[in-house]
Design a protein around this ligand. Sequence first.
Ligand code: P1T
Length: 381
Amino acid sequence: MNFNTKVIHGGQQPEPHTGAVNVPVFLTSTFAQESPGKLRNGYEYSRGANPTRQALEDSLAAIENGARGLAFGSGLAATDCVLKLLSPGDEIIAGDDLYGGSYRLFTRLFAKYNLKFTFIDFSDLSAVEAAITDRTKLIWLETPTNPLMKLIDIEAVVKMVSDRDILVAVDNTFASPYIQRPLDLGADIVMHSATKYLGGHSDVVAGALVAKTEELGEQLHFIQFASGGILGPHDSYLVLRGIKTLALRMQRHSENGQKIAAYLEEHPAIGKVFYPGLESHPHHELATRQMKGIYGGMLSFTFKSGEKTDSFRFLEKLKVFTLAESLGGVESLANHPATMTHASIPADKRAEIGITDDLVRLSVGIEDAEDLILDLEQALS
Ligand code: P1T
C-alpha cells in the first residue's frame, strides 16, 4: 500500500459489528468477559488496549512502516516510555538542539534515576562517536531540530552504532512520516508529539511511538501498560481523523514554508533564516535526500539587529499568525523560543547552542501564502 492509501486505510477498517466506516469512539474502561480470564475479542481493560486507540496504533505502525504503534497522552509521555527501557547507570547521547520539554524531562527527571545524558551537536558525527561508551544504550535525536532546524543524518548515525547494543530513537515530529520515515533508514524507534502534524488541528495533546520490531514493540507496550500514560479513546479518534489528511496538509505546509523562507531571506531586517529547503541551509543536501525533496512548515529566523525587543515588537504585531506555543496545526503560529518553548533550557546553554533572544520560530499553516506574507510584511514594517 502506498502512503496516501495508508493514511486513509491503515488500521482503519469498517467496524466489524455494524460496518461503521469511521472507527467508533469506544468510551469504555473495561470489557465483559465470558468466564474469568476468557476475553471476548482480546480486550480486557482500556489501559492495556481499547479498540479506538488500537486503530490509531495500527495506523501509526502503517504510516511509519513499523511493527507496532503505541499512542500516549502526550509526546512527553511517549518519550518517558522510551527512557523506561533503560536502567540506572545507562547513558544516553542526545542532540544538543531539542524541544525544551524533552531537555527538562531528561535533565530534571530521569537524571535523578542515574541515567546520564550527553548533549551533542550531531552535525559532527566524530564527536558523537567519541562520546559513546560501553554504557551508552540510547541515541535520541530530533531532525529537523526544534527550533534551529538542523538536520541529522539518520542513516549515518544508525551505521555508526550498528555493531553495538545501542537503540536509535528519532523524534519525527517536525517532518512527519509523509516527509521522512526514520525506520526505513534503520532507526529502532520513532517518536511523535502527535499534538502537531499527526493531529494537525491544534485540538488534542497526544504522543506516539512506533517500534521497528515486534519484540521492541512488546517491551514498549509493557511499559505503556504498566505506567499508564495512554491516550484516551476520544483523543485517539481525533488523531486518526487528522492522519487522514496528513499527506495533503504536509504538501501545503511545505509549499507555504518554502515561499515564506524565501521571502524572509530577502527581507532587509532579517538576519539568518533556518529552513532546510533553502539552498543557503548548511544541511540542504542532506535534507533533500532524507526529507524526500519537500521540507515541511517549520522555520526560524533572527533579526539583523540581534535585538530581543525587535522580535517582541514583531510578534505583538502579527494578525494572521497567532503568537502561541505548539506547531503543526492548520493555522500559522509564531513563537519566541527563549521565553516560551525553550525557557526550560538554562540561558547559558541556549546561548551555547544558538537559541538567541531575537530568534523567532514560525509554524507555517495551510492558509494562502500571500496572506501570510502580507501579515509578516506589515509586522516587519
Ligand atoms: O507537547 P507534547 O505533545 O508532550 O510533545 C512534546 C514535544 C516533543 N518533541 C517535539 C519535537 C516537540 O516539538 C514537542 C512539543 N513542542 C512544543 C509544544 C513546541 O511548541 O515546540
